[in-house]
Design a protein around this ligand. Structure first.
Ligand code: UDP
Ligand code: MG
Length: 153
């Protein structure tokens, strides 16, 4: 079963929305397989946002992502990467559809509540970047029997 990587960004911690955002993933049927608070460094952000280092907003993005500690999480479910991206919504919260996390909780293109991996390949890379192997708990809870048909697992 697939796992994906999430960051609850500093704006989410500051606004006291971490619980609300995590609750959405739990209610949807994901299980949390990794969860911790950490202070991001410029070094890890340069790796994580390597596709954006040349963009004019990159210094602001780094500053924003280091303003407070973040909560990083790994969640597990069938098609986890695509389902979490769909729940996340468009990058700019003002354009994100109501019902998505960004559409419901934010007003900004930069202070946009969460990061979520955009492909299974990147999810694997990002999980390894932010978590040690023994910080991921790959268990199978009893709820799966009520969440999925046998041929979906
Ligand atoms: N970002 C920004 N301005 C932009 C585009 C992106 O500040 O014009 C920030 C925003 O916080 C976004 C992050 O850079 O979440 C990563 O950008 P990406 O294009 O990967 O968007 P995402 O995958 O987060 O939707
Ligand atoms: Mg992205």
């Amino acid at each position: 079963m697939e796992q994906t990587f999430i960051i609850l960004k500093p704006s989410t911690i500051t606004r006291g929305l971490a619980g609300d955002v995590l609750t959405r993933f739990e209610r949807k049927g994901f299980i949390i397989t990794g969860l911790k608070m950490m202070q991001l460094s410029e070094e890890i952000l340069r790796e994580h946002y390597a596709h954006l280092v040349d963009r004019p907003f990159f210094p602001d993005l780094v500053h924003s992502m280091m303003r407070t500690p973040v909560i990083v999480a790994v969640v597990k479910g069938v098609d986890a990467v695509a389902v979490v991206r769909a729940m996340t919504g468009a990058t700019n919260c003002r354009k994100a559809a109501p019902g998505t996390i960004r559409g419901d909780f934010g007003m900004s293109g930069q202070e946009n509540i969460i990061h979520a991996s955009d492909s299974p390949e990147n999810a694997e890379i990002e999980i390894k970047r932010f978590f040690k192997p023994d910080e991921i708990f790959d268990y199978k809870p009893l709820t799966f029997a009520a969440l999925y048909a046998p041929d979906e697992l």
